[in-house]
Design a protein around this ligand. Structure first.
Ligand code: GRG
Length: 304
């Protein structure tokens, strides 16, 4: 590992990097699901999976795998699976029984197009297929690493991760006594768990040692929380067109958010601090970490 001047990564062309990585991920996702009988469910799964989005989780997984010395090919199946899981969580989150949203990624939500029954099943189909896809499609990676990835992702998705975060979020709805600690629990699980899994799975696939995994996990936890703080800020400051989903929903639902505790400026400052801590976790990796450093900055600079 080689330490470099801490500001040199600013010359890294993130825009070009993101465009190239996004193109590879889009192509792999497009190939991942065929439409066969019963066509309706495959179409519903593809509708949300191919609706755009930043593809941040797959890109983090690929970038981390490369940082540790692995290849894109080793991590692409897991990268696609991460996007399948993320997409299914969005489909279920948008359902009338949850957040009841009409727009996602600039398009009508899955249940608005296919109905609630098919939207639930499209989410279930994507979740199951994600794990099948990793097990059946990962190549040139020792089987014990693939097993570790499946275990890590299973934990990130279930009651110890996304599902647990969503349950506490639902329990807090309409309550005025929500604390910052509870809000942080929600977001570390709802949002942070899958971002952390994306980073750590990339490291596992490349054969990272325990020290690397720990450092990268801390990097991911910091950007995960920063990501959600900025999400809360954007809900107030961005338009529906910029977000691709209904803006101002948190205020409307009187939800506890970071800006509701700290105000917008202090929320941004806290997010910046977390991003700086995340980048400090990468200091020892030298130039190989430029993509992950630049991605950390992108978390706070993004407009959607
Ligand atoms: C996972 C089994 C299982 C069920 C789902 C509904 C639910 C349980 C969890 C909610 C998870 C959720 C929707 C968290 C919010 C995460 C978040 C900040 C989404 C926005 O992510 P972006 O900005 O979106 O990366 P794009 O569209 O760019 O991919």
């Amino acid at each position: 590992m080689v330490a470099t001047n801490s500001q040199q990564y600013l010359e890294f062309d993130l825009k070009r990097y993101l465009a190239a990585q996004q193109a590879q991920v889009e192509a792999a996702l497009a190939r991942s699901i065929d439409v066969v009988y019963p066509e309706k469910i495959y179409e519903a799964m593809r509708y949300s999976l191919m609706a755009g989005g930043k593809r941040l989780r797959p890109i983090l997984c690929l970038a981390t795998c490369q940082l540790i010395g692995g290849t894109t090919a080793m991590a692409m199946s897991t990268a696609c699976a991460l996007e399948m899981i993320h997409t299914m969580s969005l489909i279920h989150d948008d359902l009338p029984a949850m957040d009841n949203d009409d727009f996602r990624r600039g398009k009508p939500t899955n249940h608005k197009v296919y109905g609630e029954d098919i939207a639930i099943l499209a989410g279930d189909g994507l979740l199951a297929y994600a794990f099948e896809f990793i097990a059946a499609q990962t190549q040139d990676v020792p089987a014990d690493r693939v097993l570790q990835v499946i275990a890590k992702l299973g934990r990130a998705v279930g009651a110890a991760g996304l599902v647990g975060g969503q349950v506490v979020d639902l329990e807090c709805e309409g309550r005025s006594d929500v604390t910052v600690d509870t809000l942080t629990y929600i977001h570390r699980h709802k949002t942070g768990a899958l971002l952390e899994a994306a980073v750590v799975c990339g490291a596992i696939l490349a054969g990272a040692n325990e020290g690397d995994r720990q450092r990268l996990s801390e990097y991911a936890q910091n950007i995960g929380l920063a990501f959600q703080i900025i999400d809360d800020v954007l809900d107030i400051t961005a338009t529906q067109e910029e977000l691709g989903k209904t803006a101002g929903k948190d205020l409307q639902a009187q939800k506890a958010t970071y800006p509701s505790f700290w105000g917008i400026e202090e929320s941004k400052r806290q997010a910046d601090q977390l991003v700086n801590e995340a980048k400090a976790n990468l200091a020892a990796y030298g130039e190989s970490a430029y993509p992950l450093m630049a991605l950390a900055d992108y978390i706070t600079a993004r407009k959607n």
